[in-house]
Design a protein around this ligand. Sequence first.
Ligand code: BG6
Length: 470
Amino acid sequence: MENTSAGTPREPEDRGEAVGTLVILGATGDLTSRLLLPGLGRLLTEQPQRRLHLIGADLAPLEAQQWAETVRAAFGSVDATGPAVDHVLAHAEYLVTDASSAEDLQQVLASAAGIPALYFALPPAVTAQAIEALHQVDLPAGTVLALEKPFGVDRASAAALNRRLASLVEEDQVFRVDHFLGKSTVLNILGLRFANYLFEPLLNRDHVAKVEIVYDEQLGLENRAGYYDRAGAMIDMIQSHLLQVMALTTMDAPQSVHATDLRAAKTEALRAVRPFGGDPVTAGRRARYTAGIIGDRRLPSYTDENGVDPERDTETLAEVTLESTTWRWAGVPFILRSGKALGAARREIAITFRQVPHLPAGLDGHLEPTVLRICLKPDAMVLELNVNGPGDPFVLDRGRLTADFGAGRLNPYGEVLHGILERDPSLSLSGEAAKHAWRVIDQIRAAWQSGQVPLEEYPAGSSGPQNWQS
Ligand code: BG6
């Protein structure tokens, strides 16, 4: 049998020269040392031939040596080695920079070699100021602008930011970063759906009863009140990440997984998303943790955490039920949920199929629907089935087919940075997609802000508010 596409390597669309200089704005921040630099370390270890100039830029008056130490420590945390790593360490540069100053940004760009990528590892308000300042700066041809989440604070601000970015560079030079799209198992949704005949024909309203996209964490606030208390679980996780996972789950097969086709398919999928039944009040619920114990950790009430303003009514657990208004999916609930300080981590996409229409008389046992689980951390796929198991052959048992997914070649930030350095935006959000993600969330948030949806409570270490247990 002939298969014309099998084995064709995924060459990015021709984008010419790779990025020569990565500038991290917000170089002394937590994101840089905890995620970006380790991601870069892994990438450079995988690609020893790459020659990249790294510039750290921030307000803090660091010496170049201190910055190099930060980079070395972060690289060390992922055992990064090899000539590309050595090159970055030997030439790492740090520039004291006010990201809202055109003059400072011009100076940073003057130090760049080759095509620069500016990575805004900054709070949204500072990023917006930096984008304004860049309008007074001569940007080298091809400059890449990479923006961390959240992209804006609502649909209107995301649209305004899109417009300001569009007056600086082309759309494919703008990278709206979502590290979930760099997770190998999230990307595996593409392979699972479009490279097998088994699942794809069943993934529609005729066969699927519900889809849950859940990212429950045991982690608490971890000193991130400055950011998290303004974002909350819905923006931190659902708006930023889980909606993208939903888009990969619901979208139609793209022509290719290159940036143009993949982003168009995802954007189309997001365009179709709305609160389930069109009612933003009943589509969402929210809660906040109170004091409790998780394993050997005792957590204070969220409102007693350092830097939290209880008046903000920030939720630490959010659940929204959405639907994709398409012929394929209309009427199927997509439950997106994420929370902090929960008793057990549950990170998965669980696709529950419909019950069988008729069970032959004489088959006993507990009949449950078939469930396909795509699990994240640890990364695996589990297909839960009813089988005539051991013992009495007429009694049903639950069988599980499990496949462990190996680790990806890179960690999620390594994968994201790979796209940025190759100027391949396949894994970043399009401007339209960002707007659609906010549209859905804005509707639900408006219902929350109008007081129609109570802010409930759950003890840290529990599985959520008691009345949420189904
Ligand atoms: C981040 C959120 O984007 O994703 C965090 O800001 C969350 O609150 C994290 O903990 C989860 O992703 P991962 O890959 O670290 O499990």
